[in-house]
Design a protein around this ligand. Structure first.
Ligand code: UDP
Length: 254
């Protein structure tokens, strides 16, 4: 699919594997999303890395969700490299975890209502405690763990709770692809001003999982740190070299 066929967005994008990635920097993204929340618009943000892109490449349904999301940010150094190979670079990596903190600082500043959905109950509670401590003026209206079945009574209860509490920001930590599928299914009814899938961010907030030291992040090696600290993820991470090889071959072909 060509860029011109994609939905219009009022910010510049770089299209990689048919998915339009925002070219806004982290700070511009924070400002853009805050303006949208405060002006009453609804926004679905996807933080997409090469793993997500490769999955989308094999799932038209999932790719359709990424294409119709209001904003897809480049959460992964592989996406940044791919955009450079395509001579249409994104400005910088916008990591979901960093964006979550930026949005929380806006929630603190504007006393926005926040709801945390996902991870197991203990992680969810610890993530909530950490955020409540760091952002005391944000209003935490609800939270729930993410171990419920689609279509279950628990899910109906969660949906009612969210609809009743009317958060300005809903963070959904159900892992991909479930979180994006869940959001795209329920956001049309919920109409949350800002809803974002945050993957394993609650695990990091809870202290159960450590993020790579800043120097590793700056060197673009966060993926390597994750691989070393969680070797069980190696199978999942095999898609990273596959993604880069695919992009390099595409470049050579062109
Ligand atoms: N999770 C959940 N419900 C599920 C599956 C996963 O709440 O049905 C949570 C899981 O506990 C973890 C997060 O979703 O907190 C996803 O973690 P993962 O490391 O897979 O995230 P990613 O690699 O996508 O950042």
């Amino acid at each position: 699919m060509q860029e011109k066929q994609l939905k219009y967005r009022d910010f510049p994008v770089s299209v990689i594997m048919d998915v339009p990635f925002s070219k806004l920097s982290l700070t511009e993204t924070e400002e853009y999303l805050t303006r949208r929340i405060l002006s009453g618009k609804t926004t679905h943000v996807v933080t997409a890395n090469p793993e997500i892109l490769m999955y989308a490449n094999n799932s038209p349904e999932y790719k359709g969700i990424l294409q119709s999301a209001d904003m897809v940010v480049p959460d992964g150094i592989g996406v940044v490299y791919a955009s450079r190979l395509r001579n249409d670079p994104v400005t910088e990596r916008v990591a979901g975890y960093d964006l979550l903190h930026r949005l929380m600082s806006q929630a603190d500043q504007h006393q926005l209502k926040v709801y945390l959905l996902g991870a197991n109950d203990e992680v969810n509670r610890l993530a909530f405690e950490r955020l409540a401590n760091d952002y005391p003026n944000a209003i935490f209206v609800g939270r729930h763990h993410g171990y419920f079945k689609d279509g279950s009574d628990i899910e109906a209860m969660i949906l009612n709770d969210i609809a009743e509490k009317k958060p300005d920001i809903l963070f959904v930590a159900l892992g991909f692809p479930r979180q994006e599928l869940w959001i795209s299914k329920h956001q049309p009814q919920l109409k949350i001003p800002l809803v974002m899938g945050v993957g394993g961010s609650f695990d990091v907030l809870s202290g159960k999982v450590k993020r790579a030291p800043v120097i590793w992040q700056k060197l673009g090696l966060e993926w390597l740190y994750r691989l070393i600290s969680m070797p069980s993820r190696w199978r999942r991470m095999m898609v990273l070299p596959q993604f880069l090889i695919k992009e390099v071959l595409r470049k050579l072909k062109n």
